[in-house]
Design a protein around this ligand. Structure first.
Ligand SMILES: Cc1ncc(C[n+]2csc(CCOP(=O)(O)OP(=O)(O)O)c2C)c(N)n1
Ligand SMILES: [Mg+2]
Length: 463
């Protein structure tokens, strides 16, 4: 006999028992399976070896590569078809008529808001804007299925999440104009909203940075959910584009979320483009959902033009994310980016106008829900007209109000970085004061609240 297997079974589901505390009683902490088995273990007749890096992999004598091209693509979950008809009549929709009407009205409001802000930028009244045309159902539908206490991280094309959570038109406008009423004190580019009250972290355009932030927040929530079982548990929700999923941060976030089993919902808006880069140049695999499976994360692909499907998927994701102490979930929501990437982009330089027109005609979250509402006798052309005209008026009113506001005090270019002004900052303030004084025609300080005087206040502040 030349050789013997080591038959010691170091770790199996059967032999393992929950850890006990120092006084011998059972603790409630259960170590998950993926943490238990760390060593090679087998019997001579075993069908599989528990390699520490690939648990439960069976031996095979067939040499066959897994070839993604031969596998069926992940299906796309839908509740309604393109004609607004419910596919599974028994399951129906899980939304009351009143709520469906509200969702519809919010989607229309958002699209009108987008249209008017895009035009305002073209008139030179705003410096920058990004629309979410075609993706209204993803933002509004998913936000409507979350708890207001859940912590949200957005990319930049999710104004609907803010709107659905109660961000007011005034708040949107104050941020867009970076006026003195902007909660961010005018320090961000337009569209970089944030709201502490609504539990939405401030947007950062540096792609994908929100993903590891969300994984970290979800880990904190996992601990909080454990430590405060009397408080309703919360999840972290992270929105990102399929282009952002090409960043290293995406992979780091998914991996840490999976290994730590944190209650996070990653919502990918796959709209077909990352500015001018089409998905065909971005990846070769089956979208973004397939990547989640690679990290051991439960995943689903959803028709983003179907707000009922978006809602149902998000609700179920939330339930799963909080199960057994927490786990991450990824949902890939499919849509088409109907608008240009931003006001700095002309998408007809890289895609055909007819492609966009085709999508607009073929499918859209707003028209799909409208068809469903009309089919139930809940909506009419007259109501549509009223909604559109009143939304337009509301948006323009808030726009004009915010446009008249002064800009924030100049001192906020320096404040809030350190607790107290540093010696170096002090020198910068003095220099700025000098420049403003020497070139009064170049810098209209009166646009700012308090003119240049806020800089003196800053210099006078006691340490
Ligand atoms: C780190 C980083 N790299 C590049 C950019 C430039 N950039 C801004 S948006 C964008 C495309 C992102 O596409 P996607 O994530 O699909 O979102 P979408 O715009 O389609 O909603 C790029 C490349 C950036 N903002 N940050
Ligand atoms: Mg995209």
């Amino acid at each position: 006999m030349a050789f013997r297997f080591n038959t010691r079974r170091i770790c199996t589901g059967k032999l393992w028992s929950p850890p006990t505390s120092l006084n011998g009683s059972r603790t409630s902490k259960v170590t998950p399976g993926w943490q238990r088995c760390r060593s090679v273990a087998s019997t001579a007749s075993a069908e599989k070896v528990l390699f520490p890096g690939a648990l439960n992999s069976e031996f095979t004598d067939t040499l066959e590569f897994i070839r993604p091209a031969n596998q069926k693509a992940i299906p796309t979950f839908r509740v309604l078809n393109q004609y607004g008809e419910v596919l599974d009549k028994e399951a129906g929709v899980d939304t009351e008529d009143g709520e469906a009407l509200e969702l519809y009205q919010n989607m229309v409001r958002l699209s009108i808001f987008d249209l008017l802000m895009f035009e305002a930028q073209r008139q030179g009244r705003l410096s920058f804007y990004m629309v979410s045309a075609g993706e209204e159902g993803i933002a509004i539908g998913s936000a409507s299925a979350l708890s207001p206490t859940d912590v949200v991280f957005c990319q930049y094309r999710e104004s609907g999440v803010y709107m659905q959570r109660g961000f007011t038109l005034d708040q949107f406008m104050n941020q867009l104009f970076a006026n003195s009423k902007d909660a961010g004190l005018g320090r961000n580019m337009p569209v970089h909203y944030g709201s502490k009250e609504l539990n939405i972290h401030t947007i950062s355009s540096t792609l994908a940075t929100q993903l590891p932030h969300a994984a970290g927040a979800a880990y904190a929530l996992k601990l909080q959910n454990q430590q405060q079982p009397e408080v309703p548990p919360r999840v972290a929700v992270c929105f990102f584009g399929e282009g952002a999923a090409s960043e290293g941060d995406f992979h780091a976030a998914l991996n840490i979320a999976a290994t730590r089993q944190v209650p996070a919902i990653f919502i990918c808006r796959n709209n077909g483009y990352a500015i001018s880069t089409p998905t065909s140049d971005q990846y070769r695999g089956d979208g973004i959902a397939s990547r989640a499976a690679g990290y051991g994360i439960d995943t689903l692909r959803v028709d983003g033009n179907d707000i009922f499907a978006v809602r149902r998927a998000t609700k179920e994701a939330r339930r799963l994310a909080l199960e057994d102490g927490g786990r991450p979930i990824l949902i890939e929501m499919m849509a088409y980016r109907v608008g240009h990437h931003s006001t700095s982009d002309d998408s007809f330089a890289y895609r055909q106008k007819v492609e966009v027109e085709d999508w607009k005609r073929r499918d859209n979250p707003i028209t799909r829900l409208r068809k469903w509402l009309e089919g139930r006798g809940l909506w009419s052309e007259a109501q549509e007209k009223d909604l559109r005209s009143s939304s337009r008026k509301e948006v323009l009113k808030a726009f004009e109000k915010a446009e008249k506001e002064k800009l924030p005090p100049i001192k906020h270019a320096f404040s809030g970085v350190y607790e107290h002004l540093t010696q170096e900052q002090r020198m910068h303030v003095v220099e700025l004061k000098d420049i403003l004084k020497r070139y009064p025609k170049e810098y209209d300080v009166d646009q700012h609240e308090g003119g240049a005087s806020s800089l003196d206040q800053l210099l006078d502040e006691k340490r």
